[in-house]
Design a protein around this ligand. Structure first.
Ligand SMILES: Cc1cc2nc3c(=O)[nH]c(=O)nc-3n(C[C@H](O)[C@H](O)[C@H](O)COP(=O)(O)O)c2cc1C
Length: 341
């Protein structure tokens, strides 16, 4: 299905959410070589930027020479203004035009240190940090947050703070930190805060099929930019499907394109990691979503999951593409297994 009005499509801008361990430089480059529809990519978060010439930023992950991507925004996980300024300055020198602050990571080892979504209950700390950033950043600044860590009222205190600085966009993953990735996003709360946000708004959470965007467009009339996540990892055609660019491809054609993508990614990672078998773990992380878009998804996942070396991995991939059908929009069907918290 595509959106009904072609005018609607034009208004839609799509971003790909960062996934630590999955949407690395190889994924982003291979994706952009093979698929269309994403207008902005983000790096998974960087941290530990302790110096003005940080070795954490001397990697292919952020080197513009290695990132053959139209629009890429580097992300930082931090609760310290000085570290954010150091990161921004180094990104600016590399030619980047924007950085993003992660206020959404829910993992306890991060949140316990008042970082990621763990910063959301601390409006005072956030205010001091944002005040210190004023006039100190040489490039644009955006924030990705959740509605709160424990409670959705946390964002009510943060929005005036976010409005007090020149944000290029506020990306809201409409869940709580304590939900991790379970339960449903809270559309009612997003609707309530949407008109209060003065910067560009980006909605994130459970966009798994073009129909989801149609529903969200009818609910949120001030939002025109949408961040895709697990839905796109399960079906890399999701962005182009939403924009109505892939309707003429048959399922067999789509399967061939996905095969080319996954092989290209695997070979690029093998070359970069000098055949280190640990990269099978990275491929498995992507497959933990991608398998959902195949006709016998459980069998596909079992084959991949149990592979222990390159030979077994390659044979699993060949069996999947030889024996199964590409169905697409896999994450949509997986929702019935989500647990409400
Ligand atoms: C394994 C994993 C790693 C993630 N890494 C990051 C990250 O580095 N930075 C970030 O802002 N979000 C990260 N996210 C969150 C996603 O970008 C996205 O916000 C989330 O999956 C919600 O969108 P969805 O419901 O469309 O999947 C991660 C999520 C998962 C499951």
């Amino acid at each position: 299905m595509t959106l009904e009005s072609p005018d609607e499509n034009k208004k839609i801008s799509l971003e790909l959410g960062p996934f630590q361990g999955i949407t690395d430089v190889y994924f982003r480059n291979c994706f952009q070589e093979t698929f269309t529809g994403i207008d902005r990519f983000y790096t998974p978060f960087f941290s530990g930027i302790h110096t003005a010439n940080s070795k954490n930023l001397k990697t292919e992950e952020i080197d513009p020479e290695c990132n053959n991507i139209k629009v890429l925004t580097p992300q930082i996980l931090s609760n310290e203004a000085d570290e954010i300024i150091r990161f921004a300055t180094q990104c600016h020198l590399m030619g980047y035009e924007e950085i993003n602050l992660n206020m959404g990571c829910p993992y306890p080892q991060v949140a316990r240190k008042k970082r990621g979504a763990g910063l959301l209950p601390f409006a005072e700390h956030t205010e001091q940090m944002l005040n210190k950033l004023t006039n100190q950043l040489p490039l644009s600044f955006s924030i990705k947050c959740r509605l709160g860590y424990y409670n959705k009222t946390e964002i009510d205190y943060l929005i005036p703070l976010f409005n007090s600085i020149p944000l290029s966009s506020l990306i809201v993953h409409a869940r709580l930190g304590k939900q991790m990735y379970t339960g449903r996003p809270d559309h009612d709360k997003y609707s309530e805060i949407e008109s209060l946000i003065q910067s560009k708004k980006v909605y994130n959470g459970d966009i798994f099929a073009p129909e989801d965007i149609t529903i969200l467009l009818s609910k949120f009339d001030g939002t025109h930019t949408w961040m895709l996540g697990r839905g796109l990892l399960a079906d890399p055609f999701l962005a182009s499907d939403i924009k109505g660019m892939t309707v003429s491809l048959s399922s067999e054609e789509k399967k061939d394109i996905v095969f080319h993508f996954i092989q290209n990614l695997y070979l690029k990672r093998r070359k970069a990691r000098r055949d280190n078998p640990a990269l099978i773990g990275r491929m498995k992380e992507l497959w933990s979503y991608l398998h959902l878009s195949f006709s016998e998804s459980e069998t596909a996942w079992r084959l991949i999951r149990k592979s222990k070396n390159f030979e077994e991995y390659e044979s699993a991939v060949h069996r999947i593409f030889d024996e199964m059908q590409w169905v697409g929009h896999g994450y949509q069907g997986s929702l019935t297994t989500a647990v409400e918290t």
